[in-house]
Ligand binder design. Sequence first.
Ligand SMILES: *Cc1c(COP(=O)(O)O)cnc(C)c1O
Length: 446
Amino acid sequence: MKELLSDAHARAVRYLDSIASRSVEPDDAAVAKLLELDTPLPENPVAPELVLAHLDEIGSPATIANAGPRYFGFVTGGALPVSLAANWLAGAWDQNAHFVVGSPTAAALENVALHWIRDILELPESWGGGFVTGTTMGNFSGLAAGRHKLLADAGWDVEANGLFGAPEIQVVVGAEAHTTLLQALALVGFGRERVIQVPVDDQGRMRADALPELAGPSIVCLQAGNVNSGSFDPIEEIALRAHEHGAWVHLDGAFGLWAKASPAHAHLAEGIAEVDSIATDLHKWVNVPYDAGLALYRNPDMARNALSITAAYLPTGEERQPCDYTPESSRRARGVETWAALASMGRSGIAELVERNCRYATRFADGLRDAGFEILNDVVLNQVLVSFGDTARTQEVIAAVQKEGTCWCSGTTWKGRAAMRISVSSWATTEADVEKSLTAITKIAD
Ligand SMILES: *Cc1c(COP(=O)(O)O)cnc(C)c1O
């Protein structure tokens, strides 16, 4: 065990040591070599050290350098050194974080992390939460809690009887809702398309003046951080109005929610305490390893009623049982890395991380604008949309940037136009990385 883990450690350190100097996108030869993994199942055991060596030799070169400093695709964040180290230790612990009896440590660390997150987000202590795989499941969990509350109020036990024959629930989303919010709506039985879409403004923000009349049981889904522009729906205004009509308000705050950690950006997330449920990612801006997301609930009992496997046959204890607030039972102790990241960064550290990433996004926008390219969004947070001309040309530049390997940015469509999207969300990115990437992008585009 000891030698194997030392070997894994040495390989991981070597990998991370070289990541800033290699191409962000793996080269074609490394990807082609993945075919060598495609062998028949070994008939007999293979020495663990050989398995690890094979994994490193074939797997490592074909990775995307997401852990490096110049990956700007998909708002992924990185993994802080302390969160990776905590992940290794927690891997050794091999805890099952379902019940307190399954892991007192995991439950205690989740409780503390939740407490700190409420503090950062300025949410009352009465809010509860569950550690899920990501915002997709956070959205699912929040919507399931809302479904429970609205239908219980209408005299319908949805957990027992399902949705066939249930009173109808009106679902309202912004026209720019994230695709995974629609996926979550499909999973809870509301349907991706059986929704009222509210028009958005030029930055993708839901227009409060276009909110439909909320008649009968309704769920309103808001967004903190548009995945393209980084813009925020008018959360407080719409939440307060929706509550006048008894609606449940759910907020998708996958990365944008963490604007609240930065005094300079907190105004964007104003009013989050007015909503009923929030989904956010920890593996994005909190910079912990996958898979880590959080569902937050104003009234944790609604989540417990909707999601708990124990409520039906175990008495309610004083202790928070982790699995009562997620759709899962057995799972890894994913709260550990978040506890470690927040314990290490503290209040000022997370504020500084958010502010630094946002400053770099502004620098990207300024640099590209100065080079003659068009920035398509108001850069209010960490997201930058740039056009290099028409669709074909922009797509050509994006492909060339990815291939060249200095940095990696996503392609997207914004208001019908092709755009390159730069998402700055990793602790590892430095000012020098931004300048190096700017130079590479402008050179390629020119
Ligand atoms: C990333 C993202 C999601 C989905 O989160 P996962 O962690 O991939 O499940 C949802 N909404 C927004 C706005 C996002 O950026």
